[in-house]
Design a protein around this ligand. Structure first.
Ligand SMILES: C[S@@+](CC[C@H](N)C(=O)[O-])C[C@H]1O[C@@H](n2cnc3c(N)ncnc32)[C@H](O)[C@@H]1O
Length: 247
């Protein structure tokens, strides 16, 4: 079946909102991702995106469709998953939560990092992502990966139960980030780390600019939740990494 050209045009900014556009396919700087009704469906109880600095409310409903983008082998070149995972400082036996795990791009890396005695909690708000994560873990024999559906405003972590939390390309989608940060802090063990990766203001891929968050703003949000956060050195071309510690 041939795709209608209009559909193709509409789909591009939608992908761009999630970092899918490449340098050769610049992200259109529109305020509203195309496919608006689809992307901003009433399911979340929000009315599309908020104003400047507000979260990008977005649905990620059909996992197989997103897998083409999130697990595109070309992603490794700019996402640099080894570098991201190195920032987590994982050890065998740890419990790490991947918050907004999507289709599980990071799961093989995290599963290796914590080893068979450790645990990876692959958490997502979308039921179909969680279904996909379960099937993927079974298929790839990632026995230490457990997929769970979580609520939009609650990471669903037991009090003081996780050593590490990873949040990649998700922070800009979260509403009420200060409250959310406090819930992540509660889920961490003392001394535990939260690593957040998101797009720089200058990046040629990522969400529309009005939804991007500066590292300084992110650090302030995390500090308000009692987390000691800092930007760490990295070589990712389009993103920055913030590491936050629970004292
Ligand atoms: C752009 S994708 C990133 C997926 C994955 N982290 C990666 O790097 O491939 C964003 C994911 O976060 C999920 N998400 C958005 N808001 C969330 C929330 N409040 N809690 C948990 N997951 C959320 C979406 O359903 C989607 O799967």
């Amino acid at each position: 079946m041939r795709l209608h050209p209009l559909l193709v045009i509409l789909a591009l900014p939608l992908l761009a909102g999630c970092g899918g556009a490449s340098a050769t396919q610049p992200a259109p700087k529109t305020a509203e991702p195309a496919g608006g009704a689809h992307a901003h469906g009433g399911h979340h109880g929000h009315h599309g995106h908020h104003g400047h600095g507000g979260p990008l409310v977005h649905r990620f409903e059909k996992a197989e469709d997103w897998a083409k983008e999130f697990d595109d082998p070309a992603r490794d070149a700019w996402q640099k998953p080894d570098e991201v995972v190195a920032a987590l400082r994982l050890s065998p036996g740890m419990t790490v939560a991947d918050l907004g795990a999507g289709t599980g791009y990071f799961e093989p890396h995290l599963a290796r990092g914590v080893g068979p005695s450790g645990k990876v909690l692959a958490l997502d708000v979308e039921a179909d992502m969680v279904r996909y994560l379960r099937e993927r873990a079974a298929k790839e024999k990632l026995d230490n990966v457990e997929a769970r559906q979580v609520g939009l405003a609650d990471p669903g972590l037991g009090q003081g139960t996780v050593d590490r939390v990873l949040i990649v390309d998700v922070w800009h989608h979260i509403d009420g980030r200060k409250d959310y940060a406090a819930k992540v802090r509660d889920g961490l063990k003392p001394g535990g780390l939260l690593v957040i990766v998101d797009f720089t203001m200058e990046a040629t891929k990522g969400p529309p600019k009005e939804h991007r968050i500066t590292p300084e703003a992110m650090i302030a949000e995390l500090a308000s939740a009692g987390l000691e956060a800092e930007v760490v050195p990295e070589t990712l071309p389009d993103q920055y990494i913030v590491v936050a510690k629970k004292p």
